[in-house]
Design a protein around this ligand. Structure first.
Ligand SMILES: C[S@@+](CC[C@H](N)C(=O)[O-])C[C@H]1O[C@@H](n2cnc3c(N)ncnc32)[C@H](O)[C@@H]1O
Length: 220
């Protein structure tokens, strides 16, 4: 008997490359993309954070949450819906989100730290980083760029997060050894999490680092 599938086929067109046809086909058939549309989330990524939070209870009402790499805003929407005070930062412009302060800036610029802390009104209780450098398609290069981005966030952590605060950091598999060691030196607990909403073929994984150690006043 012939098998029927409910998958929508995206027709090849002269204007569309094979790569973008594949991307479009995956998007239209992705249940999380369809759910996000129905639930009013700007990205399917919202379900990754919802899933991680349901299991690990990261967000509390009134928490100051810094959302790094915030565009188009799915995670910021989720954090705001949990009653958190959210500041979202991205290189890209983000359409306004109710109860969220948005900053268009590069987190690698020193001046951005001051802007983020000012907008938060103090150190964050929770830093979310879904930052993703633009992919080159070369696995080793992309992993190194993801690792470098992770290092920047871990370096920033003591200046933007309160002692006892938590960090959720996206990275690519393979970067976990170096970043895990670095995180272990400044946080009391480290674990790797991979939500079901992450695409099966993706090498993305999240480092959940909890309970930032207080910095010794003698340091630095
Ligand atoms: C995967 S997307 C984030 C999706 C978001 N969590 C959501 O739920 O909608 C990654 C974002 O990181 C941003 N990004 C990459 N490098 C950055 C940098 N140096 N400073 C600020 N944002 C950056 C990109 O512009 C991109 O929007």
């Amino acid at each position: 008997m012939a098998h029927r599938t409910n998958k929508t086929k995206v027709r090849a067109s002269r204007q569309r490359s094979a790569g973008s046809s594949r991307w479009l086909q995956r998007q239209v058939n992705d249940p999380y993309v369809q759910r996000a549309k129905k639930d009013g989330y700007r990205s399917r990524a919202a379900y990754k954070l919802l899933e991680i939070d349901a299991k690990h209870h990261l967000m509390k009402r009134g928490y100051r949450v810094l959302d790094l790499g915030s565009a188009p805003g799915g995670w910021a929407q989720v954090a705001a819906s949990k009653g958190c005070r959210v500041v979202g930062v991205d290189l890209l412009k983000i359409e306004p989100i109710p109860d969220v302060t948005l900053i268009q800036a590069d987190i690698e610029q020193e001046a951005t730290v001051g802007r983020m802390l000012e907008a938060l009104g103090g150190s964050a209780d929770l830093v979310l980083s879904d930052l993703a450098p633009s992919a080159t398609g070369q696995r080793a290069v992309d992993r190194l760029r993801s690792e470098a981005m992770g290092e920047i966030v871990l370096d920033l952590a003591p200046s933007i997060l309160r002692p006892g605060g938590d960090l959720l950091l996206k990275m690519l598999r393979g970067a976990d050894a170096a970043l895990g060691d670095m995180a272990r030196s400044i946080f009391r607990s480290i674990r790797l999490v991979r939500p079901d909403a992450t695409r099966r073929e993706s090498s993305e994984i999240y480092l959940l680092a909890r309970d930032l150690k207080a910095t010794d006043p003698g340091d630095g």
